[in-house]
Design a protein around this ligand. Structure first.
Ligand code: P6P
Length: 338
């Protein structure tokens, strides 16, 4: 296949999406540089002193891994200098990250989970960086200081979204509203090259991904949803295969190619997490943007993920995401119970 770099692919598509400007290309270029730096450390995690935890607990109440913290620092350092952002938000930071006065700013807002699935790093399982790109609303505050109101936008407002997957190879999968495209990092030239143009979900799903250990904490409709995929009464005519890595980006990526559904329902295990574990703005929304661009769907069980307007930066949502027919089936079951 002729080697097409991300920049080349962007410029080609940019002519098709007038909303994208040189600013967007610059943003993605710096995001890719940050990912290359993170990828280098992830791939040598066993050899550097970056394994294990820092002993700290983050705003999510989760143990911060050294590589989490490192990836977060790399992204903030790189992206505050990109000159096109007015603000950032990270899964690792409680508050909005404003771009310091000494740097050029622009109209874009970057929201990211620097290293999702990081609890798997110590055992060499895929982890990923998830990102969501928004634009400051026209006529917004206009002044330098971005308000939270500028940032709390529904997923349908995203200009672009994607993820880097650090695994046997390092991949970038992203969409700027013109389909979903996959690029694989060629370490010998240090470039992401187009390897999976126009990714689409297979019509018929055959994999379901959920942590069934929470069975006793689910309500009746959720148990019926899971039974639907593990039983014979579905369009496949037999039980779907259960695949669950415990790393959202890895599970999402596999289902994108093989067809199926990833589920993280709400559960009653932890009173402070009645809406499940996954975050709307830095996990569910960006992946929902990709899912819909690839012909799939994403819901919280009753509402389209992209239509949910966040009430706060780290809002959590139940997530059912994947092949359209599978997500439709989930909503039909919850509707029947409501
Ligand atoms: P559980 C990783 O910590 C993560 O945020 C996602 O990457 C993953 O899908 C989920 O949590 C796994 O959570 O409760 O099944 O261990």
């Amino acid at each position: 296949m002729r080697q097409v770099t991300v920049t080349e692919h962007l410029l080609l598509h940019q002519t098709k999406s007038p909303a994208a400007t040189g600013q967007f290309t610059a943003l993605l270029y710096d995001l890719i540089l940050a990912a290359k730096i993170i990828s280098k450390s992830v791939n040598k995690a066993g050899l550097l002193d970056v394994l294990g935890g820092t002993g700290q607990v983050n705003v999510q109440g989760e143990h911060v891994q050294k590589l989490d913290e490192y990836a977060n620092r790399v992204l903030i350092h790189r992206m505050e200098r990109t000159g096109v952002l007015c603000a950032m938000a990270s899964e690792e930071n409680a508050d909005l990250i404003r771009v310091p006065e000494r740097f050029e700013t622009g109209d874009y807002i970057l929201i990211f989970d620097p290293l999702d699935g990081s609890s798997n790093i110590d055992v060499n399982i895929n982890v990923g960086t998830i990102f969501s790109i928004l634009k400051r609303k026209p006529g917004a505050s206009g002044s330098k200081d971005v308000t939270l109101g500028d940032v709390l936008q529904s997923g349908v407002e995203q200009v672009a979204a994607g993820y880097f997957l650090y695994g046997p190879s390092t991949m970038l999968v992203y969409s700027s509203g013109q389909g979903v495209h996959g690029f694989t990092l060629d370490p010998s030239v240090g470039e992401f090259l187009l390897s999976h143009p126009d990714i689409r979900y297979p019509e018929q799903g055959r994999i379901y991904s959920v942590n069934e250990s929470y069975w006793h904490y689910w309500d009746e409709p959720t148990r019926e949803v899971v039974n639907y995929f593990k039983g014979p009464d579905n369009p496949l005519g037999k039980p779907y295969s259960l695949r669950y890595v415990g790393s959202l980006v890895a599970d999402f990526h596999r289902n994108l190619f093989y067809g199926g559904i990833f589920m993280y329902p709400m559960d009653y295990r932890l009173p402070e997490k009645p809406q499940g574990k996954l975050r709307l703005m830095c996990e569910a929304s960006p992946l929902a943007f990709l899912a819909e661009q690839a012909g799939g769907r994403a819901t919280d069980g009753t509402k389209r993920i992209l239509d949910i307007v966040p009430g706060e930066l780290h809002q959590r949502v139940p997530l059912f995401i994947g092949s359209a027919g599978d997500v439709d089936a989930v909503e039909a079951i919850y509707r029947r119970h409501s």
